[in-house]
Ligand binder design. Structure first.
Ligand code: 5GP
Ligand code: MN
Length: 403
């Protein structure tokens, strides 16, 4: 290897250095609590919020694999409160996820046998559908790994929650780096061009950040890197929001060392529409989009009758809420859809710049989320929900009209 290249790689500062945004996420007390909880556990359950998204599936699958390699004697299971969309099923390890919804009697005993529960990508047990009650009633200690504002007090013995970070996967990768710090970044032989994929490490010879041989003893496996990248990518709309901190790209640069094909991951997530979904999108934009020009707000609604008409499947509505933000000057997009099981309307909010969707969701829709992406619900009819959106928009008019 070129000695200069080797020198520059080994001089590359580790990502969890102090300053420049790389403050430690874990205090020494939290690190020792982590080790204490993990070494006492024999049956670990990892879980996430209802309606799991790429970050929820990415973080739980990456963590399950990483834990299984470090604690081979421990049984590690992933339980999703509800089903998740087909476009996430290719994520490595997603096959092994147990779904609580519709399998309550089989899955509940697994939670009840757990001696440690790790909650990923949400900070409120109520976001786990009825699985939240099972977890609340179960005495096992809990760890929370998350990036949502205001985690429920007492939700876990160890809370690692960083709302300023892009995704739970980003929080997770950073705590993995802190818990099992690799002494150096992986050393690549030569410069690998996109065209010369043969030089990239294969899954079982993933580069080792610890200098050990790849595979089982590697800091990350290829598949863990794929899961982590997927969560970071999906929670930032493929790095189009919540992703301007330089550290996120340093982390991605580490993940790329494991030979992940980020372009394929993008296609696996975003280019998976069914013909029906394309037609639904056309219908929503042509027929259902209502633009409230003065408020720089747009609103779309979807009823269950329309779901049936377009044969809308689970996941087919994903991403529709983002489309109106492509209109020049739009600040807020509201998407209301009838819940398929409960007499309520699900609310999705998306914004650009500083408009606080999470504040609107908390004040008007009993929900929360992030500044640019939040949600909640209205227990009533679609008309009730539209009336409430009008009230919310009135209240937030000064921010919506601000330049
Ligand atoms: P979506 O619009 O995709 O359903 O949700 C966007 C984001 O809003 C989610 O990632 C989550 O952070 C937040 N969110 C959605 N629904 C709720 C809710 O009912 N309660 C809270 N606290 N947050 C929600
Ligand atoms: Mn997330």
């Amino acid at each position: 290897m070129n000695p200069e290249l080797s020198k520059s790689i080994s001089n590359h500062p580790l990502p969890h250095r102090e300053g420049e945004g790389w403050v430690s996420l874990l205090s020494p007390e939290q690190i020792s609590l982590w080790h204490q909880l993990l070494s006492a556990a024999h049956n670990i359950v990892l879980t996430c919020h209802r309606g799991p998204d790429g970050d929820a599936i990415g973080s739980t699958t990456a963590l399950a694999s990483w834990l299984r390699r470090r604690y081979p004697e421990t049984d590690v299971r992933i339980i999703a409160p509800t089903i998740f969309p087909d476009f996430l099923k290719w994520i490595p390890g997603a096959d092994d996820i147990l779904v609580y919804e519709n399998h309550e009697n089989e899955v509940r005993p697994i939670v009840e046998a757990a001696d440690l529960v790790i909650l990923c990508d949400h900070g409120e047990l109520s976001r786990m559908w009825t699985l939240g009650d099972v977890v609340r009633d179960h005495p096992a200690p809990r760890i929370l790994i998350d990036h949502h504002l205001n985690p429920e007090p007492g939700i876990a013995a160890l809370i690692v929650s960083h709302p300023n970070l892009s995704s739970t996967c980003e929080v997770l990768l950073r705590i993995m780096l802190e818990l099992d710090p690799p002494p150096a970044l992986p050393v690549r032989e030569g410069v690998v061009s996109n065209e010369d994929k043969s030089l990239l490490p294969s899954n079982d010879s993933a580069p080792s950040l610890t200098g050990r041989a790849g595979g089982e003893s590697s800091f990350l496996t290829h598949d863990e890197a794929v899961s982590l990248y997927t969560g970071m990518m999906t929670d930032t709309g493929a790095f189009t929001y919540a992703s301007s901190r330089p550290e996120i790209f340093e982390l991605i640069s580490i993940l790329l060392q494991y030979g992940i094909d980020k372009d394929k991951i993008y296609r696996n997530i975003f280019f998976t529409y069914s013909p029906n979904r394309m037609k639904l999108m056309g219908y929503m934009l042509y027929v259902k989009l209502d633009v409230w020009k003065k408020a720089h707000t747009s609103i779309m609604t979807l009823t269950n009758a329309e779901r049936r008409r377009f044969n809308v499947l689970n996941g087919d509505t994903e991403g529709l809420v983002n489309l109106p933000l492509q209109i020049l000057g739009m600040k807020l997009s509201v998407f209301l859809r009838e819940d398929t099981e409960h007499p309520c309307i699900r609310v999705s909010l998306r914004s650009v710049d500083d408009f606080p969707c999470n504040e609107m969701a908390a004040e008007f829709f009993g929900g929360g989320g992030h500044k640019n992406a939040a949600g909640g619900e209205v227990w009533g009819t679609m008309d009730d929900a539209i009336a409430l959106v009008k009230k919310a928009v009135q209240k937030f008019m000064p921010q919506l009209k601000a330049k």
